[in-house]
Design a protein. Structure first.
Length: 27
């Protein structure tokens, strides 16, 4: 199911995950 809100949430989570990965790499 592709909803506007669902797509938004998935995108947000992906962005947060990427930021966390970057932080781990930097530390």
């Amino acid at each position: 199911v592709l909803d506007g809100s669902g797509l938004r949430t998935e995108r947000h989570l992906g962005r947060e995950a990427a930021l966390q990965l970057l932080y781990q790499w930097e530390v």
